[in-house]
Design a binder for this molecule. Structure first.
Ligand code: NAP
Length: 294
């Protein structure tokens, strides 16, 4: 069994990006600038945005954090997005999800300039991704592809089972694993909460990508020998014995599944850090797009 070490690979990617940014500075060129809009003060969202901003600083990007109160109206948020769309200095930005209930998420994602949509959530970018066109690939699926590539995991002709069909992970992941190319060329089954015989389907998988958010959902007896296991799940489980009052766990019973798998991602330290690294990569791409457009 080999660990797909997202922490290590993401550090390598950040190092590669930092070298490119240092060269830009040397030449007196503009460095990439990522902005993040955070509405409200949800604990997990604050943590995610905080680490995105810190990662920007680490690689030498400029970053801007726009904090808005949880009472922000849809119009106020749309106005802020328009401001960032027009701001020539900002190459890319993200709107941290989830948004408060008074705001229509789809409307917000549609308002982001597709050329600055480094999350890859705009329908234009999602459509381009589905058509194999060059675009921003959503950071979590992009990070999984990168991990598979860097560890030389064979995906061609394999049966990939994706658990969960969210717009940000499961759905794009199923498209990407089925596309022509590598990583890809898999035969994909996309499963969700209405899937019948899910245990039987998972037992036939060469590659399982689990993104449902149910701690220890995937058990050793459900997978076949030498399956490749990608655990996207991140759940905070309340536990007073931890300093923070909770611990983080994935969808996979790591201790037992790892004994049977050929490759496996840990949680934490697997897909999570890759997501941030790929957001930085998308920001670099956005910066190049803007330079070429000018
Ligand atoms: P989500 O929007 O929370 O949706 C969960 C998906 O799982 C839905 O499609 C749901 O089916 C399906 N599901 C729920 N229970 C199921 C069951 N018992 N059997 C089969 N399918 C089931 O998904 P998400 O936003 O992708 O998040 C999933 C997990 O990944 C969460 O733990 C989240 O924190 C984590 N995450 C991690 C990263 C990272 O960087 N590592 C990034 C994003 C998300 P229905 O569609 O039928 O409801």
């Amino acid at each position: 069994m080999e660990i797909l070490d997202g922490k290590k690979v993401s550090n390598e990617i950040k190092q590669e990006i930092a070298v490119q940014v240092a060269k830009m500075r040397e030449k007196g060129e503009k460095v990439p600038h990522l902005a993040a809009i955070l509405v409200g003060s949800d604990g997990a969202s604050l943590t995610y945005v905080g680490s995105k901003v810190r990662s920007c600083e680490k690689v030498g990007f400029e970053s801007t954090l726009v904090k808005m109160p949880s009472t922000t109206s849809e119009l106020e948020l749309l106005n802020k997005i328009e401001e960032l769309n027009k701001n020539e200095d900002i190459d890319g930005f993200i709107v941290q999800l989830p948004l408060p209930p008074q705001i229509d998420t789809q409307k917000v994602l549609l308002a982001v300039d597709p050329d600055k949509d480094v999350d890859g959530f705009h329908p234009m970018n999602f459509g381009k991704m589905a058509l194999d066109m060059s675009t921003f690939i959503p950071a979590t699926p992009f990070g999984i592809l990168e991990l598979l590539e860097r560890y030389n995991v064979d995906t061609k002709g394999k049966h990939t089972v994706v658990i969960g069909r969210s717009h940000i992970v499961g759905r794009p992941m199923s498209i990407l694993m089925g596309r022509k190319g590598w990583p890809g060329n898999s035969t994909v089954t996309l499963t969700h909460s209405h899937t019948k015989n899910i245990t039987q389907i998972i037992s036939q998988a060469d590659i399982v990508i689990s993104a449902l958010g149910v701690p220890k959902f995937l058990k050793a007896e459900m997978i076949k020998d030498d399956a490749v296991i990608i655990d996207v799940g991140i759940t905070r489980v309340a536990d007073d014995s931890y300093e923070k009052g909770y611990y983080i766990t994935g969808d996979v019973d790591f201790e037992n599944v790892s004994k049977k798998a050929s490759f496996i991602t840990p949680v934490p330290g697997g897909v999570g850090p890759m997501t941030i690294a790929m957001l930085l990569k998308n920001t670099l791409l956005a910066r190049d797009r803007h330079r070429n457009r000018k």
